[in-house]
Design a binder for this molecule. Structure first.
Ligand SMILES: *[C@@H]1O[C@H](CO)[C@@H](O)[C@H](O)[C@H]1NC(C)=O
Length: 361
């Protein structure tokens, strides 16, 4: 894989990062999906003060977001981001919405690339690398369609004037997504290169999936363990991506659960179904049910008549039911979420992505 974090870390400086003051921390962390690794990976040893650019397009389930980063190689060959020269822009919908017409997916990137050109001086376009990293939205699309969507994007990226190679447009594995977020957060906090126990874990809420990544001192089953070497430090990371637990996907699952629980209970057949997780008089409109393919029409109708009533304790127990689903398939001593192993949470955590965007709405 082109973006093997291990490879990136082997290339990186052995000097620990020093704490840097960053005023927009929540933003930096929320948007910092992958850029640190990209920069470490692509940085050639050029003159220290020269401003350069890198572009990452984050192909999420709810939209595609371009991040343009201005950066220079600083002290100790550590890349430093120039936030004044950086910018981001999001377009809706995400690439996975083009499953019916994959050939048109690339067009959705045109506006983003124009934005990129506005940020990068023309003489640097050819030296500026553009990468497309898609996540859970596309991960859920059937493989042949997914490849056609990516190919359509590659055509547009090849013609963009920026530096691009076909293998720079990929769907990244969920565990990598968590690792990138963890690296970005700890880089921004100045903790990368320091004591593993002083690092900060991340809980990242995407649209279709959620990632949990942190240093664990417990033994972790190999499929969840992602040891990471940085300089002389070794970080024993636990990382997992919970597919269907992103904000929109979880909302859909909750609706399905409501309907199936409602259908089980005779009294609800007469009284209708109550949705305790939606505030009174709020309408989901067309948004709900978009991510869950194959909901039978009976359920869709039931959904439409669900009474919304915003009840915290009822919503909480419903959510807990969702987290317990498939617990019987747990093959470990204990599973915190469904049949997934999660070690005891330890240390500080940052809640990123939709946790951040929701707090801004
Ligand atoms: C909210 O839900 C709880 C638990 O289901 C129930 O006991 C309570 O009466 C509900 N409150 C209101 C105001 O409906």
């Amino acid at each position: 894989m082109a973006f093997d974090p291990y490879a990136a870390f082997k290339l990186s400086s052995t000097k620990p990062y020093h704490h840097r003051r960053i005023s927009c921390l929540p933003v930096c962390v929320a948007v910092g999906l992958v850029f640190i690794l990209v920069f470490i990976l692509v940085s050639t040893r050029s003159a220290p003060s020269q401003l350069r650019f890198g572009i990452v397009i984050d192909g999420g389930s709810s939209g595609s977001r371009i991040h343009v980063y201005g950066w220079r190689i600083g002290e100790g060959m550590v890349p430093e981001i120039d936030f004044a020269a950086s910018g981001e822009l999001k377009v809706n919908p995400g690439l996975s919405a083009y499953a019916q017409e994959p050939e048109r997916a690339g067009e959705s990137l045109a506006g983003l690339l124009e934005f990129g050109k506005g940020h990068v001086p023309r003489d640097l376009w050819g030296k500026t690398e553009v990468r497309l990293m898609a996540t859970a939205g596309l991960r859920m699309v059937e493989s042949e369609t997914r490849e056609r969507i990516l190919e359509s994007c590659r055509r547009v990226l090849r013609a963009s004037g920026f530096r691009f190679r076909d293998d720079w447009a990929t769907v990244i594995p969920g565990t990598d997504e968590g690792i990138y977020a963890w690296v970005a957060a700890n880089y921004a906090l100045g903790a990368l290169g320091g004591d593993p126990q002083e690092t900060t874990g991340i809980i990242e809420l995407g649209g279709a999936s959620a990632q949990v990544t942190f240093v664990s001192s417990e033994p972790v089953p190999p499929e969840y363990a992602r040891p990471l070497n940085f300089g002389e430090r070794r970080y024993n990371l636990y990382s997992h991506s919970f597919l269907h637990f992103g904000q929109n996907a979880a909302q859909d699952s909750l609706q399905e659960l409501l309907v199936s629980e409602g259908l089980k209970s005779a009294e609800h057949v007469h009284q209708g179904i109550y949705d305790p997780c939606t505030p009174r008089s709020y309408s989901h409109g067309l948004e709900s049910g978009k991510l869950s393919a194959g909901v039978p029409s009976l359920q869709a109708e039931e959904n439409d008549v669900a009474h919304v009533m915003g009840n915290y304790s009822a919503c909480r127990s419903l959510s807990l039911m969702l987290l317990q689903k498939e617990k019987d398939k747990c093959s470990f001593d204990e599973c915190l979420v469904g049949s997934t192993f999660v070690p005891k949470l330890q240390g500080r955590f940052l809640a990123t992505e939709n946790f951040f965007y929701t707090s801004k709405d």
